[in-house]
Write a new protein. Structure first.
Length: 229
């Protein structure tokens, strides 16, 4: 059998109050099987095979999306702090009103025609990706008794082999809803929770009209970033 995840630094599999997690978590124990080349091989030369998509979500065409401009500097590293160059990073988040572009989003918040909330980037030699976007808004979770999710950004990171994938969320510092979020607080260890919250950085690291946030994604090891849906 495969060992359980670290219960301190990783969230509960099924989060009470968030019905979707029960649909995404295995109903039975995982079983070990031999790995083949299809799992142990990896995406090669991604910068040539998969072009980056929408490194700037702040506006479509000539108009800027509504909301606070932010510049996200996320670095992908391993447990030793070494950069994972070439990691494929997919990003998605809601608009400033808390509305996703996904058709299953039943929130009655308005859509923003100048905002497309998804991007795909490839980490450089230093493991860094940079995204210019709009700070996402908070939104209510359906059928949850009034629970609101704090502003957050979703990340999906593909490593050097196809089995190496981390799906997680980045939160913003100082948000009062962080304290009551079922997803973030499903992580038992306080330090592990703090690793999921970005840091506000000097605006000199980007254009002056955007707030800058820095975030580190650790793909494995004792200090690995928590996996979140």
């Amino acid at each position: 059998m495969i060992d359980r995840r670290d219960a301190r630094t990783q969230p509960e599999g099924v989060v009470e109050g968030y019905a979707q997690t029960s649909q995404r978590w295995p109903a039975q124990a995982l079983a070990r099987r031999p790995l083949t080349a299809s799992e142990l091989s990896g995406p090669k030369n991604l910068t040539r095979r998969i072009a980056p998509v929408r490194g700037d979500l702040a506006g479509q065409g000539k108009k800027r999306a509504l909301g606070q401009l932010i510049h996200v500097r996320a670095r992908v590293v391993d447990e030793d702090g070494l950069p994972v160059a070439g990691a494929l990073v997919e990003i998605w988040h809601c608009n400033a009103a808390g509305k996703y572009i996904h058709p299953n989003d039943s929130n009655d918040a308005p859509q923003d025609p100048n905002f497309y909330g998804a991007a795909r980037l490839v980490a450089g030699d230093s493991g860094l990706i940079e995204l210019r976007t709009i700070k996402p808004g908070a939104y209510p979770v359906p059928d949850s008794g009034g629970w609101w999710r704090p502003p957050h950004i979703h990340f999906s990171v593909w490593g050097r082999v196809w089995l190496s994938r981390l799906v997680t969320q980045m939160f913003f510092p100082g948000e009062p809803l962080n304290e009551t979020d079922y997803i973030l607080n499903a992580i038992g260890d306080a330090q592990a929770r703090r690793r999921c919250i970005a840091e506000l950085a000097p605006t000199a690291k980007a254009r002056q009209n955007a707030l800058v946030y820095e975030y580190q994604i650790v793909v494995r090891g004792r200090s690995s970033t928590a996996s979140m849906p």
